[in-house]
Design a protein. Structure first.
Length: 307
């Protein structure tokens, strides 16, 4: 009986990988490469090795293996895409962009590459470029509700509220349950000074992702602006129950308590917020919402402790 050693080593590698032993998975995939087989299978083995190296954050080894694949198949756009992802992880942004450019040169319809390029430009603060590439995503992926949302979010940052509304509305039409679009619609309505609609969309976002603490933060800001401090405390308490490590929720609740001249609870929340994020002291010192605490000994002691 003929023993297929290559296939046996592949099976061993797969079992080691599934059992969490990635080093041995690589070892046996490499053993499999010593035996002849179809080129397509060889490229799959090499891709698996590269992917595991990436998971282990052995980026040089991963890139080396991807380069070996390119020696076999120079038009493999997925390999260039994976190399771009690695370079992003290594903060080599210019190199990552060059690989993404190679991806779309080989396959101009590969929307994920345009999306990642757009995200890089967005993170770099180049909003025009980010919008340009998010729109390219939509050419090839017209139902990409995340890209619609991202374009809308950038327009909102630019003060283009009508354009922001239009893009976010399209995102919600495609996926009415995507919390980020619902949240961003709340942001846009707040910019348009429509507090009622803003709160409506924040509440919808909260239904789909109660762990997204910015929802509670933004809702509390509206309630504080409208001097509805008890409602602010209520929504912040709900947010803290869902996000007990969110320092800014304790901070805003402290503001609300202080505005109601509830000094003890305000100081309790200030302490908690500063434990979670000591750098907040610079805001505590100059925040006029804490005016009622200026003569409070415990408050001044906290300020001295963290200053």
């Amino acid at each position: 009986m003929k023993i297929d050693k290559r296939n046996n080593y592949i099976l061993l590698a797969e079992n080691f990988y599934l059992n969490g032993n990635k080093e041995n998975a690589i070892k046996f995939y490499k053993k499999a490469l010593f035996y002849d087989g179809p080129e397509e299978d060889t490229l799959i083995i090499m891709s698996n090795i590269a992917a595991i190296y990436g998971e282990l954050e052995k980026f040089e080894e991963a890139l080396g293996m991807y380069n070996r694949i390119i020696d076999f198949d120079s038009q493999n756009y997925e390999v260039y895409f994976n190399m771009a992802l690695i370079e992003e992880q290594r903060s080599n942004i210019d190199v990552a962009l060059s690989f993404y450019d190679k991806v779309v040169e080989i396959n101009p319809t590969f929307g994920k590459a345009y999306y990642n390029i757009a995200t890089i430009y967005d993170n770099l603060g180049d909003r025009e470029k980010a919008i340009e590439f998010f729109y390219k995503v939509l050419v090839y992926c017209p139902k990409d509700y995340i890209s619609y949302n991202n374009i809308g979010s950038i327009y909102e940052e630019m003060g283009e509220y009508d354009l922001a509304y239009s893009m976010i509305k399209k995102s919600i039409a495609i996926n009415p349950q995507f919390y980020k679009s619902l949240f961003n619609m709340g942001v846009v309505y707040k910019r348009l000074n429509n507090h009622e609609k803003s709160l409506e969309y924040y509440n919808k976002a909260k239904e789909y992702n109660p762990k997204y603490h910015y929802i509670y933060l933004n809702m509390s800001a509206i309630y504080i602006e409208d001097k509805e401090y008890l409602k602010s405390i209520e929504i912040l308490t709900e947010g803290i129950n869902n996000n007990p490590e969110a320092h800014d929720l304790y901070y805003n609740r402290a503001c609300s308590y202080a505005l109601l001249v509830n000094e003890d609870l305000a100081i309790k929340d200030i302490r908690k917020a500063l434990i979670l994020n000591p750098s907040l002291i610079k805001w505590v010192i100059k925040d006029k919402d804490f005016y009622c605490l200026y003569d409070n000994e415990e408050f001044n002691s906290i300020v001295n402790q963290y200053s």
